[in-house]
Design a protein around this ligand. Structure first.
Ligand SMILES: [Zn+2]
Ligand SMILES: [Zn+2]
Length: 385
């Protein structure tokens, strides 16, 4: 048996992605022997190609990093002084015997699908992605390939996102109503990606926007990268207490229950995450409102990305791996699982204690009747945010 295992006992090395596969799972991460590099390795390596700066994909300790140029600043903001080389989207670089290029994944600023070409064979590693354009990062770009490595964080038929304009309208109304009632609107979200997407999408004229320090550090990295965001303040910079009662406050989930919140007085709170689609997720968070917004593709988005890749062979990483592999095989594709240590930053905090069934019934296109009722897999480790 090889060092990579699939779901239902199918070892990757036994299937089509055998010993000569361009990419294999090693204890350090996804390894490309022909190029001598790893992609998003979870243990320290010599050369790491990074799809994006979320904590489960970009870790400290590698000797050399290569990432898409638009993500350089956010990577440094998260990892500090690293030996980082940027590569523009679409630009080709030869590493060992492999031609490498990065292509927009539409997930967060600088996120990339990594294309590998070796002896006429093309693989694409998607990292995390979403197909809806968020106005903050470059939009997802389908890349044709023979083998596609896809995430499957929300790979269940019940996950179908509303158009983001609708979600933003809901957030705006909640904020507006709170401001009219003289209370702050505390919105928990992940500090990197989701926070900046929210900032770019809300109606900033409703009131002042206050950001937790963890969010503000990444706002700065985004602005320095050329992303336009409305003006934001740290709470220490607010002099008029009346401003706090009309403010939208963006904070990481870790700020919940801390004394940092005391200065806002009375407030309404909410959480923005794809996991808010799960019944009970909002209640377990103990917040007033849940806004369903994810930076990952929903079920139709995952399917669309697989189709657009044209790949005959697909490897599935984090999330609903078994369901996705089954669906792909039913579509006549050669599908396998890649066992990784990616968690899906969106799910790290909520998924382990979210055993409830999703709110919506399984759609008619569900590959199997029971697929819609599977709980999300518990991540093996928790991403920082
Ligand atoms: Zn991510
Ligand atoms: Zn991920």
């Amino acid at each position: 048996m090889g060092d990579a295992q699939g779901v239902d006992g199918v070892a990757v090395a036994d299937g089509a992605g055998g010993a000569d596969a361009l990419l294999r799972v090693r204890p350090e991460g996804l390894y490309c022997a022909a190029g001598g590099f790893f992609i998003d390795p979870w243990r320290p390596v010599e050369r790491a190609l990074i799809t994006h700066a979320h904590a489960d994909h970009a870790r400290t300790g590698h000797a050399h990093y290569l990432a898409a140029t638009p993500g350089e600043r956010v990577l440094r903001a998260r990892l500090g002084a690293i030996d980082l080389q940027g590569l523009d989207y679409g630009r080709r670089l030869r590493i060992g015997d492999v031609t490498v290029s990065f292509h927009p994944a539409g997930h967060v600023l600088g996120s990339a699908q990594i294309r590998l070409e070796h002896r006429g064979e093309v693989w694409v590693v998607s990292g995390d992605y979403k197909v809806e354009h968020d106005g903050v990062c470059a939009g997802f770009e389908p890349v044709r390939c023979d083998t596609f490595v896809t995430e499957s964080t929300f790979g269940l038929p019940v996950y179908r996102w509303q158009p983001q304009a609708q979600v933003f309208a809901d957030v705006d109304r909640w904020w507006h109503d709170n401001a009219a009632a003289g209370r702050a609107s505390v919105l928990y979200c992940y500090a990197f990606g989701k926070a900046q997407r929210l900032l770019a999408g809300v109606e900033a004229s409703i009131g002042p926007i206050v950001c937790h320090g963890a969010v503000e550090a990444l706002n700065a990295a985004h602005r320095a990268s050329g992303v336009r965001l409305p003006s934001t303040r740290l709470v220490s910079e607010v002099t008029d207490r009346a401003d706090l009662r009309r403010a939208l406050v963006l904070a990481p989930p870790s700020a919940a229950g801390t004394t940092w919140l005391r200065r806002f007085g009375e407030y309404s709170d909410a959480f923005a995450s794809g996991w808010m689609a799960l019944r009970g997720a909002r209640r377990r968070r103990g917040v007033d409102r849940g806004f369903v917004m994810s930076d990952h593709a929903d079920w139709p988005g995952l399917q669309q990305a697989v189709r657009d890749s044209g790949a005959q062979r697909v490897f599935v990483t984090h999330g609903q791996v078994a369901v996705m592999v089954r669906w792909l095989r039913e579509q006549g594709r050669d599908a396998h699982a890649f066992e990784t240590e990616f968690t899906g930053e969106d799910g790290a905090a909520t998924a382990p204690d979210a055993p409830d069934a999703p709110i919506e019934p399984a759609a008619p296109t569900a590959p199997t009747a029971q697929a819609g009722s599977l709980p999300p897999a518990a991540p093996r480790r928790s991403a920082a945010d």
